[in-house]
Design a protein around this ligand. Structure first.
Ligand code: UDP
Ligand code: MG
Length: 312
């Protein structure tokens, strides 16, 4: 019998948890040939979320929970879910029913049949979302896909089902500043996309505000790109071009260089050189950062080795 494990991060979700369980119950009844484990991760909620989780655990042993000592953020909650759950197929899902449980049977069919390693949902539109958030989100994916080494699908969500291989890869990436959407792209494997209509939260309100969204975006950019460390190179080029232009202009204006002209020109030149040196340092800083994250050199999807030496 296959086991489907569902990781549900919860932060102040008392209004919606019972509704979530009710909807999940329907799906669990419908998929009676599969064993379910729902791992709720209470991310330091200040309302009665933990009380409800204790109650769900006591009435249905398929509902399990881990509760954090304080709010560590959704990314940490997802990671805790990976660490505390062992299942053949793992699903990531928000508690607010914005990720329709009705997609789970379809995801299971796709992943268990071997059609893909990961079945991921993406929103067809951003209906119901504030204009500014939708705009910033579009810009973020544009910038991200231009600057980073990984490709991220706009409108993708964390709502997905993955097989054991993908789940193990996700669990084994232990970097501190996690950015799950980026990690999914980084680990690779075959992902199939399922579109769905954007749905408003069933109850309660979004935990994200502009500041946390910006810091989430910055985390994504710095985790998957050394763009910020490359910046001094471009600033350096501007300084050196400015220095060359200043010499040409001063030559055209004056017969001889005055002291202030020489100082001005020297400042531009030295600033340019300093910026290039900063970029040089940045190359090593990024390498140290990458080493520190300790991501594996590669991930294996399949092997067909005859008389091969076992891996060390
Ligand atoms: N969440 C969390 N910790 C946080 C913020 C959010 O565990 O610090 C959970 C939240 O309970 C929900 C999911 O992450 O299950 C998505 O949050 P939300 O619905 O507020 O985000 P939105 O759908 O607006 O992007
Ligand atoms: Mg939500």
């Amino acid at each position: 019998m296959d086991t489907i494990g569902i990781i549900v991060p919860c932060f102040n979700e008392e209004d919606v948890l019972e509704l979530f369980y009710k909807e999940m119950h329907k799906i669990m009844d419908q998929m009676s040939s599969v064993r379910f484990r729902i791992m709720f991760v209470d991310d330091g909620s200040r309302d009665n979320t933990l009380g409800i989780l204790r109650q769900l655990h006591s009435i249905d042993p398929r509902c399990e929970y881990v509760s954090f000592s304080r709010n560590f953020g959704k990314e940490s909650a997802l990671y805790a879910g990976f660490q505390n759950l062992d299942a053949d197929y793992t699903v990531l899902m928000d508690a607010d029913l914005q990720h329709p449980p009705a997609l789970i049977p379809k995801m299971y069919e796709m992943v268990s049949s071997g059609q893909c390693d990961c079945a991921a949902a993406f929103r067809k539109d951003r209906e119901g979302e504030s204009k500014i958030r939708a705009f910033l989100s579009r810009r973020f994916y544009g910038v991200m896909n231009n600057m980073s080494s990984v490709e991220m699908r706009p409108n993708a969500t964390d709502f997905r089902m993955m097989n054991r291989k993908v789940c193990d890869a996700m669990r084994n990436l232990t970097e501190h500043h996690r950015f799950t959407k980026g990690i999914f792209s980084w680990v690779g494997f075959h992902t199939e996309w399922i579109p769905y209509e954007n749905i408003e939260r069933a109850a309660g309100e979004s935990k994200w505000h502009l500041k946390s969204l910006l810091s989430y975006a910055l985390n994504g950019i710095t985790s998957y790109s050394d763009w910020t460390l490359k910046l001094p190179k471009y600033v350096g080029i501007i300084f050196i071009l400015g220095w060359i232009a200043s010499i040409i202009v001063l030559r055209l204006l004056h017969h001889a260089f005055t002291m202030p002209d020489a100082v001005f020109s020297l400042i531009l030149f030295c600033s340019g050189i300093l910026c290039f040196m900063l970029r040089g340092l940045g190359v090593y800083i990024y390498r140290i950062y990458e080493e520190d994250m300790n991501r594996p050199q590669y991930l294996v999807k399949e092997k067909g080795i005859t008389d091969g030496k076992p891996e060390e």
